[in-house]
Ligand binder design. Structure first.
Ligand code: GTP
Ligand code: SPV
Ligand code: MN
Length: 608
């Protein structure tokens, strides 16, 4: 391990790192160079310490297994703060505290917090290193788990430092598990400080400080903290950019025509699955650019281009199977990290849905011996258990991921949520502003990706509720500003989907690879195919004839249910949206209220 800051030539970075060393008093400092040797050594060290278990190299070469503290298994939204100078700028949907006060509180926790530990300094690039839309961050962390994950999820090392140079800009991102070690004290398997978890963004100074949690989105600071919370602010200020909780996919028709589509669904609502699906429609192919985050920018040609700022997938394990997502399974066959899944007796992993039956014997994510037929299958893996895998290992990675550092042109943007009732399978917005209304009124049943009560319906505008770094209503305004910044005809068309309609506890739509039928319809709409839709009060819906359902056995009554607008249910939906929007007060853009009024008027007219 290097204990040397000589790699850091950036003056501001050096000063910041030295300050953190003085405050946190780590035993060692390691600046990550991103080399293969370095990550090998780090993985070995984590195995030696018991943080990682090496999986069976014959079954899963270069793969590791880890278990978190049972209380540290998901993002903690209650502990996530946007500390702008004025509370109004954080808006009513974010937790807020005065930045000076928050810093005081955090510094008290940070004092001596790395005692007995190694401080990893991780220079990382979000987006291709040196790319036009890319941005640089430096994460400081005392978690080897975080360092190993960041090495997969972002571009790390000396190349990044080269681009940063002596005076380049970077986002300082501090992370500590706040679990100092006394001499001779054994490192507990999963260090964290459950009572003192704070995931804090300072939008004005573009800083991140996260303490107490070692888990995923709380600690891999390039992901939600930088690429969304800080980047939404940077994008607003830049004016022609967006930072979104969206997958980016390419879809090629049997005739060889390619389109790029982005889609925003709340956490654990199907982005990873859609982004790399195997199309059930013969001859169609989906390729993945990204599965969680998109940075988009208006280009000189007037079109919106998207990049994936990440370089890996931090995917939900349960539900990932040969039937639902074979490409995700291929991606984590090697070089992957598995968190909170079950361990099999032959040194492999298992999670709910991987196979119909669990293995006869296993060890649960809490480290308990488990026997089929005796113990409860629910104990095997955590519902938010995850795999961290390198996007380059994905068999359907889109060539643009490697070859188009400035992004791919976006033809369509899709919004969606997990809705058992009311919301149809798919519909198209009337225009951009109506599309922004759709984004602003995304609602979903709560999943395991965040702590809280499962299943309850909550609004999650643009799937960004926990990820917007400023006042959500001002973010709506930023979206509404795009038609004035380019030829509106060049903007992507906006759609809404819902794979999750249920009746008697069963899904009405088969989902997964069958969603290609919906994507095909979306492409028909982009291409202006005649008679492909009917106009309804909520937008353009497919007719049963216009959806390609060849080879799909699905009852006609079920199709009718998911392709019909329930006017009364939507009228009460409008009331809920109005109520939700009202919390934004004078920040709510009048254009958006006008869109909602117009929707209500169309629904009322349809009723008469
Ligand atoms: P985050 O990583 O938390 O942002 O989640 P995500 O949006 O990438 O969700 P993901 O694709 O991992 O899916 C989450 C869960 O939804 C998994 O259990 C999937 O099996 C399930 N799911 C995904 N697509 C579909 C679908 O089309 N139909 C149904 N019924 N379930 C789906
Ligand atoms: C999400 O919750 O949206 C995730 C997982 O993608 S995390 O990295 O924890 O944010
Ligand atoms: Mn996500």
């Amino acid at each position: 391990m290097v204990n040397d800051l000589s790699l850091i030539k950036n003056k501001k970075a050096l000063a910041w790192i030295k300050e953190q060393i003085a405050l946190c008093t780590p035993d060692k400092v390691h600046v990550m160079d991103g080399s293969i040797e370095e990550i090998r050594e780090l993985n070995e060290l984590l195995v030696k310490k018991g943080t990682f278990l090496r999986l069976n190299p014959e079954k899963r070469p270069n793969c590791f297994y880890t278990r978190t503290n049972p209380g540290d298994t998901a993002r903690v939204e209650a502990a996530t703060f946007i500390c702008s100078k004025k509370q109004e700028d954080a808006g009513p949907t974010n937790n807020w505290m005065d930045p000076t006060q928050m810093k005081k509180k955090l510094h008290a926790l940070m004092k001596g917090c790395m005692k007995g530990r190694t401080m990893y300094v991780i220079p990382f690039s979000m987006g291709p290193t040196g790319g036009k839309i890319s941005r640089i961050g430096i994460e400081i962390t005392d978690s080897g788990f975080v360092a190993a994950n960041m090495r997969i999820m972002t571009r790390v090392g000396t190349e990044v430092l080269k681009v940063l140079g002596t005076d380049g800009e970077f986002v300082p991102a501090f992370h500590s598990v706040i679990s100092p070690l006394e001499p001779g004290q054994k490192d507990i398997p999963w260090p964290c400080d459950l009572k003192n978890r704070y995931i804090v963004q300072f939008p004005e100074t573009r800083e991140i400080i996260s303490v107490g949690s070692g888990y995923g989105g709380n600690s891999l600071l390039g992901k939600k903290c930088f690429a969304l919370r800080i980047a939404t602010v940077l994008s607003r200020d830049e004016g022609r950019s967006l930072a979104e909780h969206m997958l980016v996919l390419g879809i090629t028709s049997p005739e060889g025509k390619k389109h790029y589509i982005t889609a925003a669904f709340p956490s654990a609502c199907g982005k990873t699955n859609l982004a790399m699906m195997n199309c059930s429609l013969p001859g169609w192919k989906v390729t993945v650019v990204g599965d969680d985050i998109a940075w988009m920018k208006l280009n000189k040609d007037g079109r919106l281009y998207a990049i994936n700022p990440e370089s890996g997938f931090f995917g939900v394990a349960p539900g990932t199977s040969e039937e639902s997502n074979p490409n995700a399974l291929r991606t984590c066959e090697k070089d992957a990290i598995f968190t909170n899944v079950a361990l099999t007796t032959d040194g492999d992993v298992w999670w709910k849905g991987l196979t119909d039956q669990p293995p006869a014997n296993a060890i649960t994510w809490k480290g308990k011996k488990w026997t089929r037929g005796v113990d409860d299958p629910k104990e095997l893996c955590h519902p938010n258990s995850r795999f961290t895998a390198d996007i380059s290992n994905c068999p359907v990675v889109d060539p643009a991921y490697h070859n188009a550092p400035d992004g791919v042109p976006v033809d369509a943007i899709i919004f969606g949520g997990r809705r058992e009732s009311v919301v149809p399978l798919v519909f198209q917005s009337r225009d951009w502003n109506h599309g922004v209304l759709l984004g602003s009124s995304v609602a979903s049943e709560r999943t395991a990706a965040a702590e809280g009560k499962m299943g309850e319906l909550r609004f999650d505008p643009f799937a960004m509720l926990p990820f917007c770094g400023y006042n959500m209503a001002d973010y709506f305004s930023h979206w509404l500003s795009f038609p004035s910044k380019t030829d509106p005809a060049k903007l992507p068309k906006i759609f809404h989907v819902n794979w999750f309609r249920k009746e008697n506890g069963k899904f009405l739509w088969p989902g997964y690879g069958e969603n290609s039928r919906v994507l095909k319809w979306i492409i028909d709409r982009i291409e202006g195919k005649e008679n492909s839709a009917v106009e309804t009060p909520i937008g353009y819906l497919p007719t049963i004839e216009s959806l390609d359902l060849s080879g799909l056995d699905i009852p006609k009554e079920d199709l009718k249910k998911i392709l019909t607008v329930d006017v009364d249910a939507y009228l009460s939906e409008v009331q809920k949206i109005r109520e939700y929007h009202s919390q934004f007060g004078s920040h709510l853009p009048s254009k958006l209220s006008a869109e909602l009024d117009a929707l209500e008027a169309r629904l009322k007219q349809a009723k008469n």
